[in-house]
Ligand binder design. Structure first.
Ligand code: ZN
Length: 457
């Protein structure tokens, strides 16, 4: 111990080593504030209803006032905003209605086209989804997610990141995921390389109506085989595997590991399902365009407090009111988001690895270099393991060891590792040690929309 302290003293005199990536992430998330989250939800509830069909022009009540206030919050942090809109008609929108999102963009300093998105939906509802006049506080669904978006913007706007962070308050979710579709289309039109979408919807209650409470878990829901490109990939997936390795699934694994490493006070419960049973959310329009996206939500939902008219029946209170929000829990959920945004915006995107090794005692993994990546880490796990188990890193060079690869590019040969028995993946590592999520070397595992190969005539 004494020797260690002496060494530590010497190091301090010479030059203080830079803090580790995890120490930096812990420092970045520390200012997340329960008081700020409460202030945001109080303000949002104060707009009476934020129903998508409510007033867009009333300065005090309705969706327009709520979006305007959100814009002012983003601008007070020094962030520029955009307001993507689409005019929509549908089963739950009888007349053509302009549905707008409020979006702040924190441009990356080195890789501005690599984008990580945090989003929540600002619209609210009561029992009748078409009722746009009754008070619909939506404190938890989804004032909580919107508050996390605004708090993430407040905290992270004080830092600079190589990649871009987008903060989005979406409208039209309850009427049919319109705001998510609008932002996904906007991302595509801008040509953004969307590395990850964190969709926060219902993240602020910790007790359910049956008395079950849980304030120490976050659920992260992710699709297994990618929905976009699934039909084209079906034969390859059937032969080579990858049912459990879409990029969204690897975001889920990344969040699970990150929460453990940073001791946020939350364990991630990975739910291997696109969304809750038979239900949907604003990450789905992104998945449909091939962008990696996951939903973050509470451990236990309370159905008396969602989509309900404010009332008391048989002694039971119904309605999504602010007194049901557990702000200590919401702060932890927000910290998980802030840490993930900072980590992903600090790391280069993962490569798109390929694996070979059929009828061989060795396995070869190859990938193309990634701009901004100083190193890579190759990961593998048993096919029935839920998270990555073994890894090997190498700094500065693409080719690992003295092995001849079959093709040029970055790569590694793993002797005596049988490809049949493992799943392989690769992450990128930045010059200061931030590591991306892992991309699996499976059909459709890349963190990009799947583009089928062009067939030669
Ligand atoms: Zn919701």
């Amino acid at each position: 111990m004494r020797r260690l302290m002496a060494l530590a003293g010497l190091a301090a005199i010479a030059a203080a080593p830079p803090p580790s990536p995890d120490a930096r992430l812990r420092a970045i998330v520390a200012p997340v504030s329960q008081a700020q989250l409460r202030h945001t939800i109080e303000t949002l509830v104060g707009f009476g209803t934020r129903h998508t069909l409510s007033s867009q022009t009333d300065p005090k009540r309705g969706i327009g006032a709520a979006l305007g206030w959100t814009k002012a919050q983003f601008e007070s942090f020094g962030l520029p905003t955009v307001r993507p809109c689409e005019t929509v008609t549908g089963p739950r929108i009888p007349n053509p209605t302009r549905v707008c999102d409020m979006v702040a963009i924190q441009l990356g300093t080195e890789r501005p086209n690599d984008v990580v998105i945090i989003q929540g939906h600002i619209d609210s509802r009561v029992t009748d989804v078409m009722n746009f006049t009754s008070d619909a506080p939506g404190a938890n669904d989804d004032g909580s997610g919107t508050a996390a978006v605004i708090e993430a913007a407040r905290v992270l706007s004080k830092h600079k990141f190589p990649g871009t962070i987008v903060y989005a308050a979406l409208s039209g979710e309850e009427q049919g995921l319109y705001g998510g579709k609008t932002l996904a289309d906007y991302a595509k039109a801008q040509g953004w390389n969307v590395v990850t979408v964190l969709n926060n919807d219902i993240i602020g209650n910790s007790c359910s109506s049956d008395g079950v409470c849980d304030s120490t878990h976050a659920r992260v829901l992710s699709e297994g085989p990618r929905s976009q490109g699934q039909a084209e990939l079906a034969a390859a997936t059937h032969s080579l595997g990858g049912e459990n390795d879409a990029p969204s699934r690897n975001i889920s694994r990344f969040l699970d590991t990150l929460a453990d490493r940073l001791h946020i006070g939350l364990d991630v419960r990975q739910i291997w399902r696109t969304d809750r049973f038979g239900r949907g959310g604003d990450h789905i329009p992104f998945l449909e365009l091939g962008y990696p996206a996951a939903r973050i939500s509470v451990a236990v939902e309370n159905y008396n407090w969602q989509h309900q008219d404010l009332r008391t029946e048989n002694g039971i209170r119904y309605g999504d009111t602010i007194d049901h929000v557990d702000f200590a829990y919401l702060a932890k959920m927000t910290k998980l988001n802030v840490a993930a945004l900072a980590a992903i915006a600090s790391a280069p995107p993962p490569p798109a690895p390929k694996v070979e090794g059929a009828v061989s005692t060795d396995t070869e993994i190859r990938w193309n270099p990634v701009p901004g990546a100083r190193a890579f880490r190759v990961w593998w796990r048993r096919t029935d393991a839920n998270n990555w188990e073994v890894s090997r890193a190498h700094n500065g060079v693409c080719v690992f060891g003295n092995v001849a690869l079959k093709e040029p590019g970055c790569g590694i040969v793993l002797p005596h590792i049988r490809v049949d028995d493992w799943v392989f993946g690769v992450s990128s590592v930045s010059k200061d040690g931030f590591e991306s999520p892992v991309a699996s070397a499976v059909p459709g595992g890349a963190f990009k929309p799947y583009v089928p190969p062009v067939k030669k005539p």
